[in-house]
Ligand binder design. Structure first.
Ligand SMILES: [Ca+2]
Ligand SMILES: [Ca+2]
Length: 186
């Protein structure tokens, strides 16, 4: 909203007096609507999103900090299709690592939400029997091959910190792109 306000004020101040019709028309579109060549490094484009795969093994909080340093968030899977795209990418790279997502139930035990947008996690990609809050201390969600016989990536809850067996890699997701076009009578 602030973006629009600033843009609007800038345009109003530059508009000529006496102009009898809308001098400027502004359109916004989700995504890279005009196919601009983007410098996205260190983020990799996968489907419609841009992601960074952090290789250090850290607890959930450190993972979040690392993403914020990149002005990004830990990955949020708004759809199972997004999850599948990431899983396909990792599989194609023969990567069976564990990666933190933004998901957790730190706010209220048993109510799992994506931390980047506050939405409930409605995913069909939980591993069998998960989330189980094992030992009453698993509140952060990662993806990985959860069981010895797992055939692919799934979601699971693990301790967010203070657990040497829960130091994972992480996936950061860059902010969404929006294209703003300004059409002007010249
Ligand atoms: Ca996402
Ligand atoms: Ca678990």
């Amino acid at each position: 909203m602030l973006k629009y306000t600033v843009l609007f004020l800038a345009l109003v101040s530059s508009a000529k007096e006496g102009w009898g019709r809308e001098r400027f028309t502004i359109e916004t579109h989700d995504g890279n609507h005009i196919g601009a060549v983007l410098k996205s490094a260190p983020f990799i484009k996968i489907d419609d999103g841009y992601y960074f795969f952090g290789r250090e093994s850290v607890n959930w909080y450190v993972a979040y900090e690392k993403c914020r340093e990149l002005e990004a968030e830990l990955v949020t899977f708004e759809t199972d299709e997004e999850f599948d795209a990431i899983a396909r990418y990792l599989k194609a790279n023969a990567d069976r690592g564990n990666y933190w997502s933004s998901g957790n139930d730190l706010g209220k035990t048993g109510i799992h939400k994506w931390f980047s947008n506050g939405q409930r996690i409605n995913s069909l990609r939980w591993a069998h029997g998960q989330p189980d809050n094992a030992g009453d201390k698993e509140h952060c969600i990662h993806l990985g091959y959860i069981y010895k016989d797992s055939q692919g990536f799934e979601l699971n809850d693990r301790p967010c910190a203070y657990d040497g067996n829960s130091l994972f890699r992480f996936i950061c997701e860059a902010p969404k792109l929006e294209t703003i076009s300004i059409v002007v009578w010249k």
